[in-house]
Design a protein around this ligand. Structure first.
Ligand code: IVH
Length: 672
């Protein structure tokens, strides 16, 4: 077999296994076998770069950023749907369409599908290859987001995905689907964003849309988006099944993810029953559904009924009652964040929305409160989207009786009482006291978290508790915890305390990049910390750097430069650093000793996961670094190898999804 043929075969096989893994959740080969296929492909493509194609599975990790999205004309209008809100509306729809049917009373059957609350996308396949993906746009013209859609592993690159399938595919096939953020992933993702003080999304739909409309596909690649397909927009050459129910199955057979929650309904009464069931079910599934789409099963007949505006007559959306209620805004609490941000939070008269009692809601910031003119005592509209933190849509001003009070931004920190401060050009209001006890709780929580020092056995809750009881008065105190004092705390048994202390001891050898990130300097997340350490080599060197020198570093703007220099200029921070130094934390990247190491791993980035057979994690890290490699904490596109031991978890799954090479300890030892 020549390289070209082998490459083609490998791509088919890999796509098929990705599909088994991501779409069917039922892989048929081991991770190691998958890995071998992927690496064979990668190697062949490296040897034959002219054979690399954009739809190769090796290209899923994200292409180069774009300047702007191109416009694309859809092959057929991407229609919307008219709404129904109850069974009565549904029966009225059936009556209305009677006038356009050959016989108004004719027997019709239907398909009831979940109405996914995500983002519509239009996927074009030419000769079985995914060639273009677009947003809906205005229904006629959308935006070309092909490169972002390629990063979603559930979107087939080739159809049929099963290489042994005998299914004929039209030379051109255009499929419609909905891209969405699974709810559990959304929660985790937003929590990470919050800890890193990055954008927190209002709901999974906004997160999906924000993630898809990134000019840099590498960002999209990091977001756990997925898709369900439900319609054929256009096809050429050969026909497709006539019935919607069969079309769903056809899509499935081609390898597209299709919701298994769709139902066949023999008559309109069955549709009404399914809608009732869905009202219950909607809060139990891992994606957001805002209604049930009812489609006449006989598609040619449905299409022959025509449209009203942009809404086809042959289908209707039965919307669920809005997850929105009105209640009283009793008070506005002020939450203190890790960087001192004073964030307003609504205290509500408890109200039940979609089966959950809501007592609190986010109010974003004080500018927003002023813009919406929300007052204490107002009747407010509260919206809950899935499992997401509820938010206040706005006040019902007509219900005011004059007793409402305007909400003033805080002038002092509610916890420590120090004056609050507002920086020019920022909406946020800050507590400027670094020893504010509440800030400390939040800072400890961040310091120990996975994205920062990643201290095993030390969760954010433990951190917060230790700060609250006074065992931790500054960040560095966590390295001076006393075993007996810990044992005296409620719920702190021997094993827990051992785990905690071991985790802390091990974390002392975390890289200075992590350490710098964990310090929680404003605008210094892990990416900026990496840039700074690459530029200056040590925390001590960074501490002596001027604002001008910082601004000369690519990727460092004036805001970050000011934030960094003023952090290091603060005597209290200097003292804190000395305390960390005395505890044995790493202030500089360790350089392998000459003669002892090698540069065999130069330029390669490793992530370590699971329990290795003989080496401890620290030893493995030291070995990699001594040979010129780098070890980071989380798997990304920039990871070259995942060193995996037993009980490897999500990092392994992520590495596989990104197509990163996975090596065992034995393989690492061979490499060095
Ligand atoms: S069918 C003619 N099916 O709902 C076909 N739409 O309010 C019209 N949606 O823009 C669309 N799940 O984004 C259809 N199973 C489903 C859907 C679905 C979600 C969205 C779609 C559309 C909106 C209409």
């Amino acid at each position: 077999m020549n390289p070209q043929e082998r490459i083609a075969q490998l791509r088919d096989d890999i796509n098929f296994h990705l599909y088994r893994y991501h779409v069917l959740d039922n892989p048929v080969i081991s991770d190691a076998e998958y890995d071998a296929l992927y690496h064979e492909l990668l190697a062949l493509e490296r040897e034959n770069p002219e054979l690399v194609t954009p739809d190769s599975p090796t290209q899923r990790a994200g292409a180069e950023p774009l300047d702007a999205f191109q416009k694309v004309q859809h092959p057929a209008p991407i229609l919307s749907l008219s709404n129904a809100f109850n069974a009565e509306d549904l029966f009225a729809w059936r009556q209305r369409i009677g006038r356009y049917l050959p016989d108004p009373e004719m027997k019709l059957d239907y398909v009831a599908e979940p109405k996914l609350d995500g983002l519509t996308v239009v996927l074009t396949y030419e000769n079985g290859r995914f060639t273009q993906g677009a947003t809906r746009g205005n229904g006629e013209v959308g935006e070309d987001i092909t490169q972002n859609l390629r990063t979603i592993t559930a979107v087939p690159q080739r159809i049929p995905v099963d290489p042994s399938s005998k299914l004929d595919v039209p030379p051109t096939l255009v499929v419609r689907g909905e891209v969405f953020f699974p709810l559990d992933k959304f929660e985790q993702f937003n929590e990470r964003q919050r800890l890193e003080e990055k954008q927190v999304y209002m709901n999974p739909r906004n997160a999906a849309s924000g993630s898809l409309r990134q000019l840099d596909p590498k960002i999209t690649a990091e977001r756990p988006l997925t898709i369900y397909c439900y319609d054929l927009v256009a096809w050429e050459g050969i026909g497709v099944p006539d019935k919607q129910w069969d079309r769903l199955d056809y899509l499935r057979q081609l390898g597209f993810p299709v919701s298994s929650d769709s139902q066949y309904c023999a008559n309109i009464e069955a549709v009404a029953a399914v809608y009732e069931q869905w009202k219950e079910k909607r809060n139990q599934i891992n994606y957001e559904v805002d209604g049930v789409v009812v489609k006449i099963n006989e598609r040619p007949l449905a299409d022959s009924l025509g449209f009203v505006g942009k809404d086809p007559r042959g289908a209707v959306a039965m919307k669920f009652p809005a997850q929105e209620k009105t209640t009283k805004l009793l008070d506005v609490a002020v939450n203190v964040g890790r960087t001192g941000i004073l964030a307003p939070a609504a205290v509500l008269e408890p109200v039940e929305i979609g089966g959950v009692t809501v007592r609190n809601a986010t109010l974003h910031n004080y500018d927003e409160i002023a813009r919406k003119d929300i007052r204490i005592g107002d009747t407010v509209i509260v919206k809950r989207a899935g499992d997401v933190i509820p938010y206040i849509v706005g006040p019902v001003a007509d219900l005011r009786d004059g007793s409402e009070r305007v909400i003033e931004p805080p002038t002092h920190c509610p916890v420590c009482g120090e004056p609050a401060l507002r920086l020019p050009d920022e909406v946020a209001i800050y507590c400027d006291n670094p020893s504010c006890p509440e800030q400390l709780v939040r800072r400890v929580e961040y310091f120990v978290s996975r994205g920062a020092m990643d201290i095993d056995g030390f969760g954010g809750k433990t951190g917060a508790l230790l700060a609250e009881v006074g065992l931790v008065k500054d960040l560095a105190d966590i390295y001076y915890l006393d075993r007996d004092e810990l044992l005296a705390l409620e719920g702190f048994k021997d094993k827990k305390v051992d785990n905690l202390l071991n985790g802390l001891a091990a974390s002392k050898s975390q890289s200075p990049v992590r350490f710098l990130t964990a310090l929680g300097i404003r605008f210094v997340g892990n990416v900026v910390a990496g840039v700074l350490m690459d530029a200056f080599g040590s925390i001590d060197a960074l501490a002596e750097t001027s604002q001008e020198q910082l601004e000369e570093v690519e990727g460092i703007g004036p805001g970050t430069a000011v934030s960094v220099t003023s952090w290091f200029a603060d005597e209290r921070h200097r003292a804190l650093l000395e305390k960390f130094r005395a505890a044995g934390l790493q202030f500089a990247a360790e350089k392998p000793e000459v003669g002892e190491g090698s540069s065999k791993l130069a330029g390669l980035t490793f992530v370590i996961t699971g329990t290795l057979p003989t080496l401890s994690r620290d030893e493995a890290k030291a070995l990699i670094e001594a040979n010129g490699g780098k070890v980071t904490g989380s798997v990304s596109k920039n990871t070259d190898y995942l060193l995996a031991g037993e009980k490897a978890g999500s990092k392994l799954a992520k590495a596989e999804a990104l197509g990163i090479k996975i090596v065992s300890e034995a393989q690492l030892l061979d490499m060095t």
